[in-house]
Design a protein around this ligand. Structure first.
Ligand SMILES: NC(=O)c1ccc[n+]([C@@H]2O[C@H](COP(=O)([O-])OP(=O)(O)OC[C@H]3O[C@@H](n4cnc5c(N)ncnc54)[C@H](O)[C@@H]3O)[C@@H](O)[C@H]2O)c1
Ligand SMILES: [Zn+2]
Length: 314
């Protein structure tokens, strides 16, 4: 990203290495010390330019340096543009878990350089598409239909779609900023299963969007099994996500003609991880489930047998 921004970078810029490992307490300390050494005050503004890793880390530095300074997000990945840069959730990871140390700290502004997406590798682009499909599935039937016609949007089409997603996220966050009213949690469709998959795989082989793609298919099937999601929805969702080259099965396929299949993780390990999900209360599983394509509802106290069945079937 630093190379892409080139000559336009301001003089006082700290460049950090790419990768999830950068979202650490060590790099948080590095940023805070760099701020102090450069004479940053309570009136200073920090600018985060990069993907979600940089946005979360720099946002958390802004939340804590001198008990909180102003910051601006310039998200450069599709995922960061439609999701992580808006909403004020900032955090770092610790070895015990992802995003375990963080804060709610809203950016003063978010600037979206859409033209930088042309440099993004297609796997990273599709990673962001998973979150875009999610907004369609949970709250925007029109967006879903638009994406079905064109699952690889570019140009003005992409511009409008990014804008629609930000409006949805901003609307939900404005209603339930601190995730206490059960509304913000609807954005977690696909994420209860998705986070469990990421945790079971150690955040290495699948990107976040890929894990939640599988998660959305599993949770759609779960909704069908519970009689909440209309029958046939899972099949529609699966073909949508596959049109954006996202994985949708609980099996990883390897080798020539996918001769060899491996289960992504042990269902029991996944359900254990789900019990530790932030939405779960006293060991009962909670999910954001579809009531239609374009509508959803937070359901708690879901019986584990249905979760196992959904995982098995997909
Ligand atoms: N705060 C939130 O609400 C929220 C929501 C979703 C995800 N997240 C967090 O976001 C992080 C993932 O973010 P991400 O998917 O953006 O990954 P990322 O920040 O790791 O970026 C992915 C890669 O793309 C590179 N890159 C960035 N912009 C580029 C560009 N324009 N062209 C070419 N390469 C570019 C980066 O250097 C990096 O190597 C995770 O840590 C996740 O926890 C936070
Ligand atoms: Zn997500």
């Amino acid at each position: 990203v630093a190379a892409l921004a080139g000559q336009q970078l301001p003089r006082r810029t700290l460049t950090l290495p790419p990768g999830e490992q950068t979202k650490s307490l060590a790099h948080l300390a590095e940023i805070c010390r760099w701020l102090a050494q450069n004479g940053a005050t309570r009136k200073s503004t920090l600018v985060a330019m990069g993907g979600g890793v940089i946005g979360d880390l720099v946002g958390f530095a802004a939340a804590t340096y001198m008990r909180g300074i102003q910051y601006i997000q310039i998200p450069t990945t599709l995922l960061a543009q439609v999701d992580s840069s808006v909403g004020g959730k900032v955090a770092v990871d610790i070895p015990e878990g992802k995003n375990l140390v963080g804060a709610f700290h809203q950016p003063a502004a978010v600037y979206i350089p859409i033209d930088l997406l042309q440099h993004l590798p297609s796997r990273q682009f599709n990673n962001g598409m998973a979150e875009i499909w999610k907004y369609g599935f949970i709250m925007d039937r029109e967006l879903t239909e638009r994406l079905q016609k064109n699952p690889q949007p570019t140009g003005n089409d992409l511009h409008e779609i990014i804008e629609a997603c930000i409006r949805h996220k901003a609307h939900v966050v404005a209603e339930d900023e601190f995730e206490t009213k059960g509304l913000r949690a609807i954005l977690n469709f696909g994420h209860t299963v998705g986070h469990a998959i990421e945790q079971a795989l150690g955040y290495s082989s699948l990107l976040h969007g890929e894990a939640i793609s599988i998660g959305m298919v599993a949770e759609s099937r779960l909704g069908e099994l519970l009689g909440l999601t209309p029958p046939g929805t899972t099949q529609i969702i699966r073909s949508c996500l596959e049109a954006s080259s996202l994985p949708t099965r609980f099996f990883a396929q390897f080798g020539p003609q996918h001769m060899h299949q491996d289960r992504l993780a042990d269902p029991e390990a996944l359900v254990n991880a789900m019990r530790r999900d932030k939405k779960a209360t006293s060991g009962k599983l909670a999910f954001s489930l579809l009531t239609s394509i374009g509508g959803c509802k937070l359901i708690d106290g879901v019986e584990e047998q249905f979760v196992y069945q959904a995982l098995q079937e997909i």
